[in-house]
Design a protein around this ligand. Structure first.
Ligand SMILES: O=P(O)(O)OC[C@H]1O[C@@H](O)[C@H](O)[C@@H]1O
Length: 156
């Protein structure tokens, strides 16, 4: 799978560990930075990475900042992106099964690399529960909100 990755300084170290893990698993990572632990602004990296997912240049995104919510806040402003902040593997499983999330956001200041890799592993290997009406209906309702309030890339 092609994965877009991005971080700020607070997620830089963990981004590198996750990138290495993904590549070892045979995935292709497109790394949008940042490239050091020097202080920076998250949106400068997560926004271009989000656009790559929205354009289909990457199938999914994995973004790392200090807590995770900053990345999700940016990604969820883009049509077609469905970002979930996950702090444990159970959360990662449901983020895929129940909401079909295509962006995973992790907090480098709060999660160690062992748990982070479990989260990524579960999230990468879990599919949406597409045959269960209540979940597909909920996903459709969220999609309807996107259709109403977010611009598609082709409309920008
Ligand atoms: O390290 P500083 O710049 O103080 O804080 C950055 C982090 O604080 C939170 O807003 C975000 O998680 C961001 O990554």
């Amino acid at each position: 799978m092609k994965i877009a990755m991005a971080s700020d300084h607070a997620g830089y170290a963990l981004k590198g560990e996750i990138k290495a893990w993904l590549e070892n698993e045979g995935h292709e990572v497109i790394d949008f930075g940042t490239d050091s632990s020097e202080s920076c602004d998250l949106s400068d990296y997560v926004y271009p990475a989000s656009l790559a997912v929205a354009k289909g240049e990457a199938e999914r995104g994995i973004f790392v900042d200090g807590v995770g919510y900053g990345s999700a806040l940016i990604a969820n402003r883009i049509y077609g992106l469905n970002a979930a902040v996950c702090q444990d593997p159970f959360c990662a499983k449901l983020a895929r099964q129940h909401t079909d999330s295509n962006v995973l956001c992790i907090g480098g200041k709060i999660i160690g690399s062992g748990i982070a890799m479990e989260i990524v592993n579960v999230w990468m290997h879990t599919d949406v529960l597409s045959g269960i009406d209540k979940y597909t209906n909920r996903i459709k309702k969220v999609q309807a909100i996107s259709e109403k309030h977010l611009k598609k890339l082709s409309e920008i």
